[in-house]
Ligand binder design. Structure first.
Ligand SMILES: Cc1cc2nc3c(=O)[nH]c(=O)nc-3n(C[C@H](O)[C@H](O)[C@H](O)COP(=O)(O)OP(=O)(O)OC[C@H]3O[C@@H](n4cnc5c(N)ncnc54)[C@H](O)[C@@H]3O)c2cc1C
Length: 515
């Protein structure tokens, strides 16, 4: 008899560990309740979680909803706030007024007409974002993406969250252990024993003795104790493409409890990297991501101090080293890595948590029935996950390679063709003559960044596609209609949506309507 896969052990209790536990446990609730399947999470009481990672992608709403989390509870317990996209300041020229949005809404009529060629022929005096989608204006006006009567997880304008990473993991832990039957062991994994075929048989912990499992999920962060240290899966370094290798992070209180709150991550380009600025109800999370090959730590601290202002003196910045890259494969033998154990590039565009969610979903949906078929599932997981890492690297590099800045070596080095992946180089060449659209190069069911994201960044940064007058011929009337419709929708949303902070305060007081 082939042994079924029934005991899953996740090591690591950060965002990746608890999201993975929740996604797997929710998907296999029936079997957990019947006692034929178990999910256990082992977490060190001494090794802290990374505690950063406060921007997410809209997939997080479906992930939490499927886990049975109440959105109101999320807002109240995780210092949760709305995120409607990214505002990129100073990336193209660095001149005053240089900014663009990468919103979370698709362009109007995206599946029917590609509006990009029409906008390129006639911009109507509007940025690409404002011509095709209301969200840039909503962000400019400090508006929320829904109202207090919009039910939980539903949206007027698409959104994800900003959250306090130090509160999110304990919040998920309570939900997973109290509602989904996940077992929780607070213990340090000290040694790992393997079977002859290389599979991990068991781990020995300091506080809870020996634990065995059929499938292990390595969520031990940068330690990668199973996939990296035990199974020796190599790390593919990407620092020749993405240069930032340090982050300096601070938490900055608001001037007052009712100070306006932005609902977009603000990413402001600096001399050797960029600064993130994320507004939570109680504070702002701000951090400078920079390249130590282009700037010393002291200079970087000065850059951050200038951004934060006089209050910087009262704060204690935390330095977090980054090694851009990912494991060569993500599932080997009976070990699969999720989160930082699988890799990390840099915080731009908040691509890490979403990749963790997608990986957890893939594991949960394709849970191998037994060890015999596990290698087949692993091969598929590795193919899909490698593809996703590749596309994220391309997309992050896109933000740097389109710059026209030549004020520092950091920006000059970033446009060096030797630092640009071949696939991105080819696409940039292609996009000189045709605009990306949803079925072109991004044809997977779950692309992390769809073609619309490329459009927002390309045209936000002044890239020109040399569209022929005849391109998209026959769709002009439809395109004009969608662009007009967009302006009408924008005005309607501007008049109906509440201020961002006002809605968050209402959610704390009254709650959203449960679904
Ligand atoms: C500067 C910075 C900014 C970021 N910003 C974003 C962002 O805006 N958006 C985004 O999506 N992502 C962001 N990320 C990434 C994000 O923080 C992580 O993807 C996310 O927090 C998941 O981390 P993790 O759970 O994999 O690891 P961790 O939080 O490091 O958790 C590791 C866990 O493993 C446990 N552990 C380790 N060793 C052992 C052991 N021997 N025995 C038992 N347990 C062990 C620890 O106790 C801990 O519970 C950012 C990362 C950095 C560095």
């Amino acid at each position: 008899m082939v042994r079924p896969i029934k005991d899953i052990v996740i090591i690591g209790g950060g965002t990746a560990g608890w999201l993975t536990a929740g996604v797997i446990a929710a998907r296999h609730q029936g079997r957990i309740k019947a006692g034929s399947f178990s999910v256990t999470l082992i977490e060190s009481p001494t090794v802290k979680i990374i505690g950063v990672g406060e921007g997410t992608w809209p997939t997080i709403r479906t992930t939490l909803e499927k886990m049975g989390v109440s959105e109101t509870d999320f807002f109240r317990n995780c210092d949760g706030a709305f995120k409607q996209g990214g505002k990129f300041v100073g990336w193209t020229t660095g001149a005053p007024g240089d900014s663009y949005y990468h919103p979370l809404m698709l362009p109007q009529g995206f599946t029917q007409v590609n509006l990009a060629p029409h906008w390129l022929r006639n911009e109507h005096g509007l940025s690409f974002c404002d011509a095709v989608c209301p969200q840039g204006k909503l962000c400019d006006d400090g508006l929320a993406p829904k109202t207090i009567t919009t039910p939980e997880y539903q949206a007027v304008a698409n959104y994800s969250y900003h959250l306090d990473a130090a509160k999110f993991a304990p919040f998920l832990q309570r939900h997973c252990t109290e509602k989904l039957g996940v077992r929780h062991l607070l213990a340090d994994v000290e040694t790992v024993s393997q079977a002859e075929n290389g599979d991990v048989k068991s781990v020995t912990t300091k506080q809870a003795g020996e634990v065995s499992a059929d499938l292990w999920v390595d969520c031990t962060g940068f330690n990668a104790i199973l996939l990296g240290k035990t199974l020796g899966v190599a790390f593919n370094d990407c620092s020749d493409v993405l240069f930032c290798d340090n982050a300096l992070a601070v938490q900055v209180p608001f001037e007052s409890d009712d100070a306006p709150m932005e609902s977009q991550t603000i990413a402001t380009a600096q001399t050797a990297g960029w600064i993130w600025d994320i507004a939570l109800p109680t504070r702002r999370g701000i951090g400078y991501v920079y390249s130590s090959h282009h700037q010393s730590d002291e200079e970087a601290a000065d850059v951050l101090a200038r951004y934060v202002g006089p209050r910087f003196k009262e704060l204690s910045p935390r330095k977090i080293p980054i090694r851009a890259g990912h494991r060569e494969i993500f599932w080997k033998n009976n070990v699969v890595a999720v989160g930082l154990a699988a890799g990390f590039l840099e915080p731009l565009e908040a691509s890490a948590i979403v990749l963790g969610e997608l990986s957890a979903k893939l594991i949960a949906e394709h849970m191998p029935a037994n060890r015999e078929v596990m290698d087949l599932v692993a091969a598929r997981f590795n193919e899909v996950t490698s593809y996703r890492w590749g596309r994220i690297i391309d997309f992050l590099k896109l933000h740097y390679v389109l710059t026209k800045r030549t004020d520092t070596q950091f920006w000059i080095d970033n446009v060096d063709p030797a630092s640009v992946p071949d696939r991105l180089k080819n696409l940039l060449h292609l996009w000189k003559y045709q605009s990306p659209w949803f079925f072109d190069e991004f044809d997977r069911l779950e692309e992390v960044f769809p073609a619309a994201s490329y459009q927002y960044v390309l045209y936000g940064m002044g890239f020109r596609t040399d569209v022929e007058p005849q391109d998209n011929v026959g769709t002009e009337a439809q395109a004009e209609m969608f662009m007009k419709e967009n302006l009408a929708t924008t005005r309607k949303m501007q008049s109906q949506l509440p201020k961002n902070r006002e809605l968050i305060q209402k959610i704390h007081t009254y709650g959203l309507q449960p679904i």
